[in-house]
Write a protein that binds this ligand. Structure first.
Ligand SMILES: Nc1ncnc2c1ncn2[C@@H]1O[C@H](COP(=O)(O)OP(=O)(O)OP(=O)(O)O)[C@@H](O)[C@H]1O
Ligand SMILES: [Mg+2]
Length: 245
């Protein structure tokens, strides 16, 4: 897809870390654009997850800016992000394993829980989009496969109808067939107008649906460009990202 739409969320020069004096993000910038999947690739430990945590307000930043439709939003706490239309899929599993699939989904409607019609409509939509969840509705979430749990997390993240999705490794440890379905769903969300920022170690999978690519190294932008710029074999790309000085 061409870079035609204006960015919805613009993060600039983010600097953040976990302990004083050690910055993990060293001035990272990204744009999140409606109708596009923008993916962030890069070696392990380079700060990709840290970028999403800083953007979603889980980690304070030392400096930088972030604007949503031109309004400053950096430092907004995670629990207020839903109201801004921003949702986040963490890298680590986040289903409540001892609760049913239905209750896990319901938790995604907490902000409008008194609006029963809306809760019903969103639940029905999720179960249509993720048919496996309909089959497992009363099952304890922790007893499902990793791929099914990941689908539940994505479905829950979509219950509030976000406009911006920050997704960290949506297909890690998931069998290729299910991973392919998840990538198709993510691409469908972008085609429906959502703005997706996808962090991924599955380079092939991510490049398969990306419109624009950011490559991170040691907490900063190493290179970026439209998908068409990343046509080399994955091995060639990786060695360039790892070994170019
Ligand atoms: N909670 C934490 N406390 C201290 N250091 C952390 C914490 N989380 C991550 N780090 C460190 O920050 C650096 C970047 O980690 P991050 O998880 O952002 O990398 P990543 O690019 O997402 O890696 P991966 O591809 O393995 O998921 C690493 O050196 C990591 O050890
Ligand atoms: Mg990570």
């Amino acid at each position: 897809m061409p870079d035609s739409e204006a960015p919805l969320l613009i993060a600039r020069d983010l600097v953040a870390g976990y302990v004083p004096g050690v910055n993990i993000l060293n001035g990272m910038s990204v744009d999140v654009v409606p109708g596009q999947v923008r993916c962030v690739l890069g070696p392990n430990g380079t700060g990709k997850s840290t970028l999403l945590k800083a953007m979603f307000g889980f980690l304070p930043t030392q400096s930088g800016t972030m604007q949503l439709r031109g309004a400053p939003v950096l430092g907004t706490p995670p629990h207020s992000m839903g109201a801004l239309g921003i949702t986040y899929l963490p890298q680590r599993p986040s289903v409540f394993p001892f609760l049913s699939v239905e209750v896990n989904l319901r938790l995604g409607t907490w902000a409008f829980r008194h609006d029963r019609a809306r809760v019903r409509e969103r639940t029905e939509r999720a179960l249509t989009q993720f048919p496996i969840l309909r089959e497992r509705l009363r099952q304890t979430a922790g007893t499902m496969s990793g791929g099914q749990q990941r689908q539940l997390e994505i479905a829950r993240a979509l219950m509030g109808d976000p406009t911006v999705l920050l997704m960290d490794e949506p297909t890690a440890s998931i069998e290729p067939r299910v991973a392919g379905q998840i990538y198709e769903i993510i691409q469908g969300l972008a085609r429906a107008g959502k703005a997706v920022l996808l962090v991924d170690q599955n380079i092939k999978g991510a490049l398969g649906i990306a419109d624009h690519v950011y490559v991170m190294r040691t907490g900063t932008l190493f290179e970026e460009g439209p998908r068409a710029q990343f046509t080399d074999e994955v091995e060639t790309l990786v060695s360039r990202w790892l070994y170019t000085r």
